[in-house]
Design a protein around this ligand. Structure first.
Ligand code: ADP
Ligand code: MG
Length: 680
């Protein structure tokens, strides 16, 4: 279908999203139109459903249809056994005694929808997956094997159901997720509680959440108290306490207690809305393996036709030729990769791992270098100011007050530390007149008429000010230089705590065979060195954001596949440059969700090795799917071409690969346990 649409002049890009039954098409409106595209889709033997309609696969509705299907299946099965029995020589040709018009009627009635579609496609000079089978069936009729032709039609219909069932199972991973989205909300309007569809809630409105209910919006708690189960977003099963001032997320559940929530984001803008959208679109980020499989399945039909032709030329056996056409399963190559990817991405999303595409699972599987950011990534990102030194005329309190005033508008964790220290001491702060944040260095602001700079050593211009902080640095503390009008005024020392789960997670990554793990930090040597040493990893200190990008590029030029773990805000450019950029604690941060290739919805390092394990399992399943399909088709073709495989059996076997791929891939839906790698 993709090929059919792409061949419409003016269409530049087509991507089929199996998991949501959508296709995205980019086209030049001057050269083509939606109706042309629709025609191309129909020409390929598919139909476009109206978008408003809830799509469900080939429903067997109505009593009469059920009865018909039942008789169809019984008849087909009995006939199949009779024909196989004849073939084995168990009884004499029963089927020969039935007059051919009877068979023809069954073929036409039973095969109508499929045959009509094949003919329609053929008239547009297109070959669908059923064309080969139809040709095989016609060949069987031509040589008078009517019963075999009927069985081919029967299994054509069976195959159709298997296909739609398989696609439906693939959709399940995404559907399970979307079903967790809240439907209605109780909002306060004109002093009264009214229940409205979630889409109608406006930003700023107050929403009431009762015990056990889904929180319908992203918002701030303005009243009440509840334990909130955030597993839908973060995958974390331990509920958290939420009281006034707390941020809550849509699709999480208030377990005990009720809440009044002021809506900050609704619908698609919420974190959950973004997750769903990104999971749905994940199929567009296809990896190399899938692109190869897609290209291969494009060559597949002509190759099979050629084999069938050769079979006929050499053996003059029309039944063997028909069997060649019938036995192949053309769509299983195209299914082998996406089914597994969708399953893993869907399962990952429910565990707090938002993976934006199969491409990244593939890259994770090949990754050999991991680069880490420090502040907020390896450390908790909640540093504390521990020491204050004042040089010259100012007192320690004055130094802190100036620094905190300058840091007023910075979002850096260190700025937060400085502000809260000043808050503890009840210092009076000034509103900065000018403010400038210098990424990776610090801040510059004009406070009370003075030019104040706060940041790393590199922010200090004159060199004699680098003094007497060595013993603090030796303790592994981050030193902030406070500069007033170009003269050093003092030092603030801050220390941050390592996240407790980091050492174990890094050890596990090494076990998974990652060669080099390296810490990249804007902090100084003395902080980086002992930290890196205690974790048994490499480090580079004093890096500016652009230096971090350069390091990523340096590795990529040496043909390494680089994973970068960072905080998504400061490190967004480096994350984007890496083959896989992983952002920590992305729930509630749009910037992080956008910037990363994989967003970890909670701040938990155990998710990183889990992600690698998922990637390995997925690629293992993909590999098995492809091998299975290749072997099946190869064996099927050889047996059929050599005349060993009867046409009826060939027809019966043809939906086997689809089912095999489905069964194999759905193993990935069940990813659980602390580390998904446990069963490898
Ligand atoms: P990391 O690479 O460890 O995440 P950053 O690149 O965010 O660190 O910052 C590097 C250094 O720049 C910090 O160690 C600090 O010295 C300085 N710095 C950055 N932003 C600020 C700020 N707002 N206030 C003070 N110092 C800052
Ligand atoms: Mg950082």
């Amino acid at each position: 279908m993709e090929r059919a649409v792409r061949s419409v002049p003016g269409v530049t890009e087509v991507t089929l999203l199996l998991s949501v039954r959508k296709a995205t098409v980019a086209y030049d409106p001057a050269r083509t139109s939606p109706s042309e595209i629709r025609k191309a889709v129909e020409g390929a033997g598919y139909a476009i459903e109206a978008p408003e309609r809830e799509v469900s696969p080939a429903p067997l509705s109505g009593f009469s249809r059920k009865v018909l299907t039942f008789f169809g299946v019984v008849f087909g099965a009995v006939l199949f056994m009779v024909v196989i029995g004849e073939w084995l020589g168990l009884f004499k040709s029963l089927t020969r005694r039935v007059p051919w018009p009877f068979w023809l009627a069954i073929i036409i009635i039973g095969g109508w929808p499929v045959l009509a579609e094949v003919v329609k496609a053929a008239m547009r000079r297109r070959v669908t997956s059923h064309t080969l089978m139809t040709v095989g069936m016609v060949a069987a009729m031509a040589v008078g094997e009517w019963a075999a032709a009927v069985i081919v039609v029967f299994f054509m219909r069976v195959g159709e159901y298997v296909e739609s069932f398989t696609a439906e199972q693939a959709r399940r991973a995404v559907k399970d997720l979307t079903e967790m989205a809240p439907q209605t909300a109780r909002v306060v309007r004109d002093g009264e509680e009214v229940e409205v569809p979630v889409a109608e809630v406006k930003v700023g409105e107050t929403v009431i959440v009762r015990p056990g209910e889904n929180i319908p919006v992203d918002g701030e708690v303005i009243g009440g108290q509840a334990t909130v189960d955030q597993a839908t977003i973060t995958g974390e099963s331990m509920p958290v306490e939420a009281g006034p001032g707390a941020r809550v997320f849509a699709a999480t559940i208030a377990r005990l207690g009720s809440l009044r929530v002021r809506a900050l984001k609704v619908g698609a803008d919420t974190t959950f809305g973004k997750v769903i959208k990104l999971v749905e679109q994940a199929e567009t980020n296809r990896g190399e393996v899938q692109r190869l499989a897609d290209r291969f399945s494009g060559y597949y039909l002509p190759v099979v036709m050629a084999i069938a032709f050769l079979t006929y030329v050499f053996s003059r056996n029309p039944l063997a030729t028909a069997a060649v056409l019938v036995v192949v399963c053309s769509c299983s190559f195209a299914l082998a990769t996406p089914l597994a990817m969708i399953a893993s991405i869907g399962a990952g999303a429910r565990r707090g791992l938002l993976i934006k595409g199969g491409k990244y699972l593939e890259a994770l599987n090949r990754a050999d270098v991991i680069l880490l950011d420090k502040t907020g990534t390896l450390t908790l990102g909640r540093p504390q100011v521990t020491d204050i030194l004042a040089f010259g005329a100012l007192t320690e309190q004055e130094v802190l007050a100036l620094a905190a005033s300058a840091e007023r508008y910075s979002e850096h964790p260190l700025a937060e530390a400085v502000r809260s220290k000043a808050g503890e001491q009840n210092l009076i702060l000034h509103e900065p007149e000018q403010f400038e944040a210098i990424p990776g260095l610090g801040v510059r602001a004009r406070v009370n008429g003075h030019l104040i700079e706060v940041g790393s050593r590199r922010i200090v211009a004159d060199s004699d000010s680098v003094l007497s902080s060595n013993d603090l640095e030796a303790q592994g503390k981050t030193i902030l230089y406070v500069v007033c009008d170009g003269k050093i005024a003092g030092h603030l020392a801050a220390s941050d705590t390592l996240r407790p789960e980091v050492p174990a997670a890094l050890a596990e990554l090494k076990n998974l065979g990652i060669q080099s793990i390296e810490l990249l930090t804007g902090d100084n040597e003395q902080v980086a060195s002992p930290l890196a040493k205690s974790l048994g990893i490499e480090y580079r200190a004093n890096l500016l954001p652009e230096d971090k990008i350069a390091v990523v590029k340096e590795y990529q030029e040496k043909r390494h596949v680089v994973v970068m773990v960072g905080d998504g805000v400061n490190d967004a450019p480096a994350l984007a440059q890496a083959d896989v950029g992983i952002a920590m604690g992305a729930a509630g941060s749009d910037v992080s969700i956008e910037a990363a290739h994989v967003a970890l919805m909670r701040e938990d390092w155990t998710l990183v090795p889990e992600l690698f394990a998922i990637a390995r399992r997925t690629m293992g399943v993909v590999r098995l799917n492809l091998i299975f399909t290749a072997c099946y088709n190869l064996a099927g073709l050889s047996f059929a071409a050599s005349g060993l495989l009867p046409l009826t059996l060939a027809a019966a076997l043809q939906s086997l690969p689809d089912l095999g791929i489905l069964a194999n891939s759905s193993r990935l839906l069940r990813i659980h346990g602390k580390s998904g790698g446990a069963d490898r």
